[in-house]
Design a protein around this ligand. Structure first.
Ligand SMILES: [Zn+2]
Length: 338
């Protein structure tokens, strides 16, 4: 077997050439198992991922005649989209990490089909190293046309994270693994317009709620903190102390309180700034009031549009909905309920 750090151009595309992690050869910049010491890794989106992985990428269209399939083919260059998603996931979760820390995912099949909800990822029953991302044609058609491409690429990146992330053998809070998936989506530049930072929930509410929390931790505890959190869930069950105290020096509840305080402070500063801007405008009080009312209505309208935008299915029993054979790895995305 050749080393996983073998140069990319020596590999025939798109054969499965990703190797089991035990055979990976650490590269010069590799780290040992996470020591969780504070470190600042240079972060560059254009930097090369070492080692690269070239899993077999496949596309399956179950119904070419559906509008969703047609829109997908019109908007997305599937091989580029899948490879770019693989590269983004490896860059954000494994840059400068040991080759052995990357799961041995060998193939990823994107299945475009009629499906309730948005998407889910599963491993094949006989071999979990082969992943399938099931993507809903219904979902594609629910998205406003102007957002279809970005949304589709964003969902692919999110699901691709599930093909490669660690989850403490499935014992990690689902909100954390979903948060990591949306954090990568955020970092890759595919945050949908309705996403925002929330403080009215728990840290493990998942998706962008936890994703933005992780983004905050990155600023406070080092650019590689999510990589260390992900790695702390490798090869062992989820251990809250190992993950949070080990990587950030504090318990997650304390970190969440600090995050909420930071978001609320930033919000109140912005609203204070807006108020002071309003006052300095040379309008009469009446006009200013009118403006302020217009603004509120506009904001409400935006919010209601987001509510109505059926981006994601409500997350009532996603695992049940997604359980369609195979070892279902990740549930359908939940509703963009706010
Ligand atoms: Zn997910």
């Amino acid at each position: 077997m050749s080393s996983a750090s073998a140069s990319n151009d020596a590999l025939p595309p798109p054969q499965s050439s990703a190797l089991p992690p035990s055979h990976g050869t650490p590269n010069a910049n590799s780290r040992d198992t996470p020591d969780c010491s504070p470190s600042e890794l240079p972060s560059s989106d254009t930097s090369k991922v070492l080692p690269q992985r070239k899993p077999l990428l496949r596309l399956e269209l179950r119904d070419l005649s559906s509008d969703g399939s047609r829109a997908f083919l019109r908007l997305i260059h599937a091989s580029h989209a899948l490879q770019d998603a693989v590269d983004a996931v490896l860059r954000y979760l494994y840059k400068d990490m040991h080759a052995s820390s990357i799961p041995p995912t060998r193939s990823i099949t994107l299945v475009i089909r009629d499906l309730e909800g948005v998407a889910y990822t599963t491993g094949l029953e006989l071999d979990d190293d082969h992943k399938e991302i099931h993507f809903s044609t219904q979902h594609i058609m629910r998205i406003p046309e102007s957002q279809q491409k970005e949304e589709t690429l964003g969902v692919i990146v999110h699901e691709m994270v599930h093909c490669w992330q660690h989850s403490g053998f499935g014992t990690a809070p689902v909100g954390l693994t979903e948060g990591v998936a949306d954090w990568v989506r955020l970092k890759a530049g595919y945050a949908p317009p309705h996403w925002k930072q929330h403080t009215d929930c728990d840290w493990d509410a998942g998706y962008e709620r936890t994703g933005y929390f992780l983004e905050y931790l990155e600023k406070e505890h080092g650019a590689d903190v999510v990589r260390r959190i992900n790695d702390a869930m490798r090869g062992c069950n989820y251990d809250a102390d190992k993950v949070w105290k080990g990587c950030c020096g504090k318990g997650v509840e304390e970190l969440w309180k600090e995050y909420k305080k930071s978001v609320d402070t930033a919000k109140s500063e912005v609203s204070g700034q807006e108020k002071s801007d309003d006052k300095t405008e040379e309008t009469s009080e009446g006009e200013a009031e009118e403006k302020s009312e217009d603004k509120t209505q506009e904001e409400d309208k935006d919010a209601s549009e987001v509510q109505q935008l059926p981006l994601y299915e409500e997350d009532k029993t996603p695992r049940e909905k997604a359980r369609r054979g195979g070892n279902m790895h990740v549930p359908i995305r939940p509703g963009a309920s706010s």
